[in-house]
Design a protein around this ligand. Structure first.
Ligand SMILES: NC(=O)C1=CN([C@@H]2O[C@H](COP(=O)(O)OP(=O)(O)OC[C@H]3O[C@@H](n4cnc5c(N)ncnc54)[C@H](O)[C@@H]3O)[C@@H](O)[C@H]2O)C=CC1
Ligand SMILES: O=C([O-])CC(=O)C(=O)O
Length: 262
């Protein structure tokens, strides 16, 4: 059994915990959880205990890493990913991350790559609410590729951001155009997908992002498009909720252990 821990015990972390309870991840033992809101970590630990699985609630990253996990699922935020990545990798703990936005910072990205290499650990980019990273990577390798990303949301998903105002409730509008670099700065926990698709293709400084707000729209459309001299690929994912991102972590964890790797 591989020891697993989770940082950030919200909606998506609960999907991973439930997958363990339901037998979808038999190779993993969830030994600890940590969250800024302690009660959320306690709730996952309690759920595990009810199913006969001991799981420690850790109040700090240090105490979580002291459990010597082989894998850490990050389901918190890009800021949390920045805090935990280097200590985890140095601890011999590989990371499955949903907050890929943290990797838009090239210097940080290079630092975690070299730290992972030095400690025999890895950073797994969960496909989250998008996907097709294999075709994006392949088309980018062929050379002369350009890529763009379209995201559609309902106005309520933009409440609390700099682009929100009440007129969005009745008017369809493009609320953002720019690079993925700029997008993740403006929406730190809402466009990790754009940075993930960028890392798999042309880079966050070259990925062109458009975000559209549509009245009454529920969920998210994430459409990534890549073109080179021969290939035109479109990966178009609509999801009514962000649950797909939690399930993508389950898929990544399965893949890590699988004799056949997708
Ligand atoms: N790649 C993708 O497609 C997607 C990525 N995400 C990322 O996943 C994250 C989690 O999403 P949800 O589960 O929906 O959010 P949530 O808000 O339900 O849960 C996040 C949890 O993390 C905790 N947290 C925040 N900062 C922390 C820190 N520094 N240390 C420990 N715990 C911390 C919060 O207290 C909360 O309990 C998002 O913030 C976003 O960065 C979310 C949706 C899609
Ligand atoms: O809208 C979504 O589900 C995608 C998302 O939150 C992100 O990429 O961070």
């Amino acid at each position: 059994m591989e020891k697993l821990v989770i940082v950030g015990c919200g909606k998506l972390a609960n999907i991973v915990a439930d997958a363990i309870i339901n037998g979808l991840l038999p190779e993993y033992d969830l030994v600890g959880v940590c969250s800024r809101t302690l009660s959320k970590a306690e709730s996952i630990a309690e759920k595990m205990r009810k199913h006969g699985k001991e799981c420690a609630v850790c109040e700090s990253l240090d105490s979580l890493l002291a459990l010597k996990p082989a894998y850490l699922v990050e389901a918190a935020s890009p800021a949390a990913m920045r805090e935990l990545a280097l200590p985890a990798l140095e601890n011999g703990t590989s990371i499955v991350t949903l907050s890929i936005g943290a990797l838009a910072d090239n210097e940080f990205c290079e630092q975690i790559k070299s730290t992972a290499k030095a400690h025999g650990t890895r950073i797994y980019i969960a496909s989250g609410a998008t996907g097709g990273f294999d075709v994006l990577r392949t088309a980018a390798l062929m050379g002369n590729a350009s890529a763009r990303f379209f995201n559609e949301k309902g106005p309520d998903a933009l409440r609390g951001t700099a682009v929100y105002d009440e007129t969005l409730q009745t008017e369809q509008r493009t609320v953002f155009t720019g690079t993925a670099d700029e997008a993740i700065k403006m929406f730190p926990t809402k466009v990790n997908v754009t940075v993930a698709a960028s890392l798999a293709s042309v880079g966050a400084d070259k990925m062109q992002v458009t975000m559209q707000s549509t009245p009454g729209f529920k969920g998210d459309t994430q459409r990534v498009e890549i073109k080179n001299n021969q290939v035109h690929a479109v990966i178009d994912v609509y999801s009514a909720t962000s649950e797909i991102a939690g399930w993508s972590v389950v898929n990544t964890l399965q893949n890590i252990m699988s004799p056949i790797v997708f």
